[in-house]
Design a binder for this molecule. Structure first.
Ligand code: GSH
Length: 219
């Protein structure tokens, strides 16, 4: 059976888990196989030492987007992309804005926002400018109609649900202002998604995993 490896605190792990659950792909999860030591077995499966990765038969595959594309090809029963080629491309474009131009930029703040570290003022200034650009682009593309790419639920919703809250929290924590505050559609959109059984389950499991991690760090 397909195995998803990583940990439930990770937004990228949760993006793949949402795709698996929404598609109804039978799978097991190994959320203990992440080790900060990045041992040889892990690096063989995920050479950048990042989660998630999957194991499916002989296949070892890292990078959440590559994994999700594989799931679409290998398990086409319930697709998470529209049929039309142009519409599919627009979903992929939106995910690139979400991940490359927003999440990856905001990630530079996570050390301070979530892990008790400090980010230099220079980095904060750079990130603030880059995020503003990313938000402008995202705003131009996101539909909220009611789904992020339009009328259909797509993989972009799995990505948006896990990335947008982190972008808000990280920018609020570092600048006292949510970079997404000019997008009032975000909150009701996330609330709507949270009502889907897969999203509720992944959200609940993320909270439980976060609490367990905090409790363990206090010991
Ligand atoms: N581009 C990667 C990003 C994955 C990623 O950044 N994972 C984080 C957790 S959210 C991670 O493994 N961090 C540990 C590390 O980089 O050492 C993907 O889409 O899978």
């Amino acid at each position: 059976m397909l195995k998803l490896c990583g940990f439930r605190i990770s937004n990228y792990h949760n993006k793949v888990r949402l795709a698996l659950l929404e598609k109804g792909v039978p799978h097991e999860e190994d959320d203990k196989c992440f080790t900060p030591l990045k041992d040889a077995a892990m690096l063989e499966a995920s050479p950048m030492g990042k989660v998630p990765w999957i194991e499916d038969g002989a296949l070892r595959l890292s990078e959440s987007q590559a994994i999700c594309e594989y799931l679409e090809d290998a398990y086409p029963q319930k697709p998470l992309y529209p049929k039309d080629a142009a519409a599919r491309a627009k979903v992929r474009e939106l995910m690139i804005y979400l991940e490359l131009h927003l999440e990856l930029v905001a990630r530079r703040l996570y050390g301070q926002a979530f892990f008790g570290g400090t980010v230099s003022d220079e980095t904060k200034m750079e990130v603030e400018r880059a995020i503003a650009k990313g938000v402008r682009g995202f705003k131009a593309l996101a539909k909220f109609d009611p789904f992020i790419a339009g009328k259909e639920f797509t993989l972009a919703d799995c990505a948006a649900a896990v990335h947008l809250p982190l972008i808000s929290m990280a920018t609020k924590g570092c600048y006292g202002r949510d970079a997404l505050e000019d997008l009032p559609q975000v909150k009701p959109y996330l609330k709507m998604l949270a009502e889907r059984p897969a999203f509720k389950r992944v959200g609940d499991d993320r909270k439980a995993a976060t609490e367990a991690r905090i409790a363990a760090s206090r010991k």
